[in-house]
Design a protein around this ligand. Structure first.
Ligand code: SF4
Length: 451
């Protein structure tokens, strides 16, 4: 159980064309010089998000340019009229009045509504509606936590087409499995950090004993008894049950007795059978994923649910995914957050597909906020969306930016060039500059610090 461990942080880049920043995903390692921002020393390099970039455009120049273009083209004139319209009129013009009324009167959105939202050409009108729902629940509050992410092994018997992280067998090029001491050292090395959460996800290793995982949890709790352990996706729980000949519930109970506090939402991908058959045919199916979360909720744990978007799934399959998550939430109320995960195409078997654009990412998060009336939080996982897009999404239904993360390999091996870590100061600044109120939370959304 030993092996090499290496992180793959994005390399630093030169200052790019500011106007392209919002459209570009996964390029959030860009750093700009700033002077005297909150929590930033004069001259210190600090990350600049999409909202900062937008604010660099001089309003007078923007207006003059807009007027000139409007004279040249009826299409642009219409766009200018939209900008000048009060947003409810714009929502009406976008054909979303019926949906807005349903939201006002507490009528649930269904499949046809979700498809209409995805088809709506006016992204700002959609975002406005999603933001309204976000503000009803959270006003400007925006959550993040101080966490560390650990992937103890990338050896995995499954063959998900989108995965660049997994290696089939121990000894394969790039395969690693950390010893328990190596894993625990990651926590010990951060003894000076006020971490509240350790987040662990792994490949499906066919040879490790169950005790490896039980001891891993016990060791974390010995080192930091107060830390919250959010570990093992439902896919891993199903794998453990099959490999170690237990029921899913027995696995959950044993892990909880060893210190497990909650489950992350990974492994959901897209629930539709057509998609799963093509991209992840040999791991736990949608029904079992949902049933494991159902069981975890019944046992008293809170969990999250994800959706991998931007590959071969149809819009109908996206909405169906959201509706299935919503249906389970009606039963259990155990999900805390819905987390759309952007597909990354590098170094995997789906590399011919383009990555989702920033506009698609904003749309998915906004539709999720509108469809999932019973899941409290919509989270933008900045590692996957890019920092700028995650920051912009705070006006498109998102109220949570995950956390400091610190070490991440799954997305970076698939081409993400986001930083490997953000500090709590970085995240707090990104939120504040976006005009939102940063709140450091623990895993269960108790307030740790109001930044
Ligand atoms: S996504 Fe998870 S289960 Fe699928 S191959 Fe990668 S590590 Fe294995």
């Amino acid at each position: 159980m030993t092996g090499e461990y290496s992180t793959a942080p994005g390399a630093g880049r030169a200052v790019p064309d500011a106007g392209a920043a919002v459209a570009r995903q996964g390029r959030s390692d860009v750093r700009y010089p700033v002077c005297g921002g909150r929590g930033t020393d004069v001259g210190e390099q600090a990350p600049l998000g999409a909202v900062d970039v937008a604010r660099h455009i001089r309003p007078g120049v923007e207006k003059a340019m807009t007027m000139q273009v409007a004279e040249e083209s009826g299409r642009h004139a219409q766009a200018v009229a939209h900008v000048q319209s009060p947003m409810p009129a714009r929502v009406r013009a976008a054909g979303l009045a019926d949906i807005a009324e349903k939201l006002d009167t507490g009528v649930r959105l269904e499949m046809a509504d979700g498809l209409q939202l995805f088809a709506c050409p006016d992204l700002l009108a959609l975002g406005w509606l999603a933001n309204r729902e976000r503000e009803k629940r959270h006003a400007g509050r925006t959550y993040f936590n101080h966490n560390i992410r650990i992937e103890a092994t990338n050896v995995c018997v499954a063959s998900c087409l989108f995965c660049a992280f997994a290696r089939l067998q121990p000894g394969d090029d790039g395969a690693y499995t950390l010893s328990l001491d190596q894993v625990w050292d990651k926590l010990r090395a951060r003894a000076d950090q006020p971490l509240t959460e350790v987040h662990v996800v792994n490949g499906l290793h066919p040879e490790l004993p169950f005790d490896y995982y039980l001891d891993l949890l016990r060791g974390f709790k010995r080192i930091r008894p107060d830390v919250h352990l959010k570990c093992f996706t439902a896919v891993e729980i199903a794998f453990f049950a099959d490999l170690y000949q237990r029921t899913d519930e027995q696995v959950l109970r044993e892990l909880m007795a060893a210190g497990l506090d909650s489950l992350p939402g990974g492994g959901a991908e897209v629930f539709a059978e057509r998609v799963r058959r093509k991209i992840c045919h040999d791991k736990c199916g949608a029904d079992r994923y949902l049933d494991i979360h159902r069981t975890a909720h019944r046992l008293g744990m809170r969990t999250n649910v994800t959706m991998l978007y931007g590959h071969i799934e149809t819009l109908e399959e996206r909405v169906d995914h959201m509706l299935r998550a919503r249906a389970l939430q009606d039963e259990t109320a155990g999900f805390q957050a819905f987390i759309p995960l952007a597909f990354h195409p590098d170094n995997n078997q789906m590399r011919k597909l383009p990555a989702p654009t920033a506009a698609e990412t904003l749309r998915v998060h906004a539709v999720a906020r509108l469809m999932l009336d019973n899941i409290p939080h919509i989270k933008a996982f900045w590692i996957a969306t890019g920092v700028e897009t995650a920051q912009t999404a705070l006006w498109f239904g998102v109220d949570d930016l995950d956390g400091t993360v610190q070490e991440e390999q799954i997305y970076h091996m698939a081409g993400a060039s986001t930083p490997a870590a953000l500090t709590t100061g970085d995240i707090s600044r990104l939120i504040r500059v976006a005009g939102r109120d940063p709140i450091e939370r623990d895993t269960l959304y108790n307030v740790v610090t109001q930044h």
